[in-house]
Design a protein around this ligand. Sequence first.
Ligand code: SF4
Ligand code: SF4
Length: 218
Amino acid sequence: MNNTAPELPSICNRPVAECKDCTINEELFCTLSWKDSLKFGIGFVVLITGMIWGIIHAYNELKISKFAEIAIILGYFIFLFGFLQLWENRILCSHCPYYGREEESVLHCYANFGLRKLYKYHPEPMSKSEQIQFLIGVGVIMGYPIVFLAVFKEYLFLTITIAGDLLWLIILLTQTCPRCPNFSCPLNRVPKKTITAYLRKNDRMREAWLKAGWKMEE
Ligand code: SF4
Ligand code: SF4
C-alpha cells in the first residue's frame, strides 16, 4: 500500500519535483506520509481510550451521574476541538510552513490534517507568549483526564491514561519533534543546521526569521 498522500505543492519556495532528491526531505516532514500521522497519533489514542473507558466505568460503578459522565467526556472534546481549530491554529500552526502553502484553505500536515486555516500566515517565529499558551493547552489535553480519573479513584484507567501520555510524549520528543518544520514550537528539536538549510529554500520565512534575530550558519 502506498502510504504517501496525493501530490501537493512543496512547503518551501522550490518546485515539488525537487523534493525527491532534496536531502532535507529525510530530515523534515516535508512530504506528508500516513505512517508519520499514525505514529504521531498512537499515544493520543491510548490516552483518549483510557479516559473514556474510565469515565464510563465510574458511571457503571455509580460513582458519578449520567450528566457528569456526558459532561466530562463532551467537555474534553469541546476543549480539544476548540484548542486545535481556534487557539492552536493561531499561536502554533499559523507560523508553520504548512500554513504558508496559501493555495490551500485546510491543513495537509501529518498532525492536524483537515483543520481549516482561520488566520493569515505568520512566517516569523512564535513569540514567548504563544509558546507558553501552547504548552498550557497541551498540558490541559494531557492533564484533564488524569485529574478526573484520580478523583474518581479509577486507578486502572488512570494508569492506561498516564501510559498514553508518556507514550505520546516519548514519540513526540524522539520521532516527531526532531523532524517537524514548525521550528519555533517550544517542543521542536530540529538541529540548527537543518533549520538553516531549510530557510535557504524558503525566502519568505528566512526574511522573517532574520528580522526576528535568527543567525544563518555558514
Ligand atoms: S526543503 Fe523544500 S524542496 Fe526540500 S524536501 Fe522540503 S519542501 Fe521539498
Ligand atoms: S505540522 Fe504541526 S504546527 Fe504545522 S500545521 Fe501541522 S499541526 Fe500545525
